[in-house]
Every structure is written in C-alpha cells, then in structure tokens.
Design a binder for this molecule. Structure first.
Ligand code: ZN
Ligand code: ZN
Length: 418
C-alpha cells in the first residue's frame, strides 16, 4: 500500500517554496532592523508549560494539543504556539541578567489537533515576535509598527489595524463577573461549548461562531468600560503613540483574544484585499504569562502570524519560482564534457544552471529549457567550440549572441547576478 502523509500534515513543494523563503527572509530582515534577534526553541515541551502558560480553559489546551507520554512516562506536548516556550527560554537562561529587555523572534512549525480544512493544517507555520521586560506602551506601538511594515513589505494592502484593551488582573475579574451575570440571563441561547465557557472562561464566548451565541453577546458589556485608571492610561498612550507613528487604527471592543494570558493591549490586523474581510494576524500584551510559568513579574508583548494564511493573501502576480539562470544545451561528444566543466564552475559561483543529462536532440533540450523557464540558454555546438565560442540565447527576447566560452562567467554575472 502506498504510504501517504498524515491528515492535516502538508508538504510544501518546490514550486511553492519561493514564497515561503521570501516571507521568511523578509521577516528576518525587517525584524532584525527593528532590533530583534532570532531564537530557536524546541518542538517538544513539558505539557504543563502550555497548560499553565496558555490556560487550562482554552480550546488549545482542552482539545487541540498533541500530548503523549514518552518512554519515561513524562507528559510531553508538541508546541501549539511559541510564546510560552520563548518565555521559558528567557527565564531558564536568565536572559534578563544581560539586559532586561529581550526582543526575540522565531519561525517554525506549530501543532494543533484541529479539524483540517482547506489552507488549515495540523502542522502549521508561524512567525512569532515577542518583547520581554518592557511595560511601556511605546513598545506596544513599536511591535505593531514592525508588524504592519512587514505585512506591507510582503505585498499585503488594504490593511486595517484594530485595537482594544483587555484590562489587567485588577480590573478584568470585575468585567468577567459582569459578563458572566449578563450571559447567565441568556444562557438558554448559548451552545453547549459556551455553556461550559460561561463557567470556566466567559470571555471566550466572544470567539464562538454559533449564531445564537453571537446574538447573546451582541449587547454584552464592553471590557473597555471596566478597565482601571492605570489600564486606561496605558491604552490612551498606545493610541497617542500610534498616531505619532502615523498608524491609523479602529477600536474593536469585541476583540478579546483566545488565550488567557493576554492583558491590556490587544490588536489584530485585517485585510480587505481579496474583496472580503480576512484576519491576517493578531497579538497583544501578556503581563501575566511569566507569573504563570515561572513566578516572576515580567511584562511581555508580541504577535504571531500564521504563514499559510499570510501566503494565501499575498499578491498572485509576484513570481517566486526558482528559475534556472542558465540552461546548457550540449551537442554530444566533446561539448558534453565542456558543459559538465561549465556547470560545476557556475554552481560554485551561485549561478543556477541546468543541463541535459540524456543526450537528447537540440530541439528537445530547448523545450526543456523553456519548461524550466530558464532565463538564458547556452548552446554548445562542436563547430563553435573548436573556435572557443558558444551561443548565448536570451530565452525571453529570443535574441542570441556568440560569446567566447572563456568569457561566459563574467558575461553571466553581469546579466543574472545584478
Ligand atoms: Zn487594569
Ligand atoms: Zn457558542
């Protein structure tokens, strides 16, 4: 029987990889320009890192984690997100002793046992950026500015920034109670999941897609009406700094974010590019996470971008296929040997070169050069080669010139490695 990939696990094939590499390279370039450094964290962590960090009463921890026991009986989990691991690494390696402020980013796969749908996988990729150790609202806006700048650089347009304040451990419990009281009166409208959420984590009801639940929360009290003066002050400063950074925003009082550890600033970016409204990414401040996992009082803020979603929203015109710079068509015998010499030399110079291995006719070699979308073809004929010459053909314009074989490298460098 043929072995296939596991459901929800996806291959990213060579004809798609150009987009992925472009996104990853752009993230690295922009984030490092904003003073961030890459961190690589393990794929596997102890289960309690996520159950404590993300919160027991969340969908992720309740039903989406890949959790199993290893041979020693430890409960381990494939990381469903990166923030908790990055925070753990910051504490474990005492990065704060060098400098209390850590600006970190991480690229890689995450794992959640969700229902596979088109464009949604159980192994999916995220770009994460986090700042640990700064409570100042300036950094909230630094992170948002970096995010928007990155999204524009990968080609996303018609972006809308939405913000909200979720309060803090002082003011949020009061809101939670208020919301619970309000929804208890309407609990007959709530789906089974939300009946349970009403007891464990009523804020999560905002994220429920069931229509009757949406109706039940339509007139619910807003968290922004309950935040304490300190949270209010923080939120006002965020708005002021956004204006200073030239970023337009709208207030979205219904944005509560799925994870327990968020506090104060929450943000989402929505794209209207493809005619409909698409949430691109979101993030926020989480001044409680460190207490949950390590007992220290360290503020944090960051965002996570789902790469599959991001790539699906990127403009289609842009070309990401890795085309050969050169295709060498050799006419057998001595020319084949010459072609082999040339290709080895060009590969060492970083010039993507392809060649005919089968000794086919010139016509069929040129067909292959076309199919691979090679930018140039080098035609090595025996007569020309005796004179030390070859024909270089521009595959787009179809124009060709005879060049000395010895000049090939310098000619190509000018043409393809600009
Ligand atoms: Zn507060
Ligand atoms: Zn519901």
């Amino acid at each position: 029987m043929e072995i296939k990939a596991i459901r929800g696990f996806n291959d990213i094939l060579p004809d798609e990889i150009g987009k992925w590499q472009f996104v990853e390279n752009t993230a690295r370039e922009i984030f490092e320009g904003f003073g961030f450094s890459e961190i690589r964290i393990p794929i596997l962590e102890r289960t309690e890192l996520f159950s404590r960090g993300i919160g027991e009463a969340t969908d992720i921890v309740e039903k989406e984690m890949y959790t199993f026991s290893d041979r020693s009986g430890n409960s381990l989990t494939l990381r469903p997100e990166a923030t908790a691991s990055m925070a753990r690494a910051y504490l474990e390696h005492q990065l704060y002793t060098f400098d209390p402020v850590a600006k970190l980013y991480c690229l890689g796969p995450m794992f959640r046992y969700e229902r596979p749908q088109k464009g949604r996988y159980r192994q999916f990729y995220q770009i994460d950026a986090e700042v640990f150790g700064v409570g100042n609202p300036m950094v909230d806006v630094e992170v948002i500015l970096m995010l928007i700048h990155f999204l524009r650089r990968v080609g996303l347009e018609k972006l809308e920034l939405q913000i909200n304040s979720l309060g803090c451990p002082i003011c949020r419990p009061r809101y939670r109670e208020e919301l619970k009281t309000f929804l208890t009166k309407r609990s007959f409208q709530l789906c089974e999941d939300c009946q349970r959420r009403l007891q464990t984590n009523p804020l999560r009801i905002f994220d429920c897609k069931v229509e009757t639940c949406q109706e039940a929360i339509a007139d619910a009290p807003k968290v922004s009406d309950f935040i304490c003066p300190e949270c209010q002050d923080h939120f006002e400063k965020v708005k002021k700094y956004l204006e200073m950074a030239g970023l337009v925003y709208i207030l979205n009082p219904r944005m509560v974010r799925g994870l327990d550890y968020y506090t104060r600033t929450a943000f989402e970016v929505v794209s209207y590019q493809l005619g409909s409204q698409n949430a691109v990414t979101g993030g926020g401040r989480y001044d409680n996470l460190f207490q949950e996992i390590g007992g220290m009082d360290i503020p944090g803020i960051g965002f996570a971008i789902g790469m599959e979603r991001l790539i699906s929203l990127m403009p289609k015109e842009k070309e990401f296929i890795q085309r050969p710079h050169l295709f060498i068509a050799a006419m057998g015998g001595e020319t084949q040997r010459e072609a082999y010499q040339i290709i080895n030399q060009l590969h060492l110079e970083g010039i993507r070169t392809e060649l005919d291995y089968e000794g086919k006719s010139l016509k069929s070699q040129m067909r292959r050069a076309d199919k691979l979308k090679a930018r140039y073809a080098l035609i090595l004929g025996e007569e020309e080669l005796k004179r030390g010459k070859a024909i270089l053909r521009n595959m787009e314009t179809k124009s060709q010139e005879e060049i000395p074989v010895g000049d090939l490298l310098s000619v190509l460098k000018k043409k393809v490695l600009l």
